[in-house]
Design a binder for this molecule. Sequence first.
Ligand code: MF3
Ligand code: CO
Length: 253
Amino acid sequence: MIRLKSKADIEKMRASGSILKRVFETVAPMMRPGVSTATIDRVAHDLIVEAGAIPSCLGYESGGPTPFPTATCISVDDEIVHGFPSETKVLEEGMIVSLDVCACLDGFHTDAARTYIIGNVDPRVRELVEVTEQAFFEGLKEVRAGKRLGDVGAAVQTLCEAHGFGVVRELSGHGVGYELHEDPDVPNYGRRGRGLRIRPGMTFALEPMVTLGSRHINVADNGWTILTADGLPAAHYENTLAITEDGVDILTL
Ligand code: MF3
Ligand code: CO
């Protein structure tokens, strides 16, 4: 069931999303060799809590066998999403690292992710990160009342595949707001003119997950972390969107 949001609800989500913006601004300069992913998680956690919000990922129950252990998901190289931050996972030159963070303020969740490049990376990996972000914006062009989710997915998929990259199918964007994950699913692939019709008051996360090689996935032994099946890198970029009568608001950028 899709639960539409009022203008007042969307303003609350904007406030929630502004906390995520602050997290990205703060951690961007920390994305360098020698910094552990646990350190990044701690900084994000503390910013969210100091802003009076709840880190929605911490203790989240649906998606893995046990509650999610940390405030953020930090996924390095072949980890696509839902990586566990760790003291022993230390950033190194040549890595790519995605930070996925969610906050709940005043009852409203928002969700966003960025992928960072550590130092010099392989040009093809840099292209992967850039195209993943561009794919979000290609999809965004299709996000407006009256269009369909197939238009959005097709736009994301077309750009990624034109670069020879894979688009993950098993995971999608999703409605967000009253819950961290609500209806509808927002796939990163699809066919124009198909799928659910977009309506004012919908709020959802659009989040391309893009692989350098094969689009196929494995689940790590921790039951949460999604890995590329071929061990090649993957990138992720996500924002929470609100559909209005005359356009779309990006609540986390
Ligand atoms: N952005 C992630 C997602 O939509 C957030 C997951 S919360 C977690 O899957 F608890 F699973 F980490
Ligand atoms: Co999400």
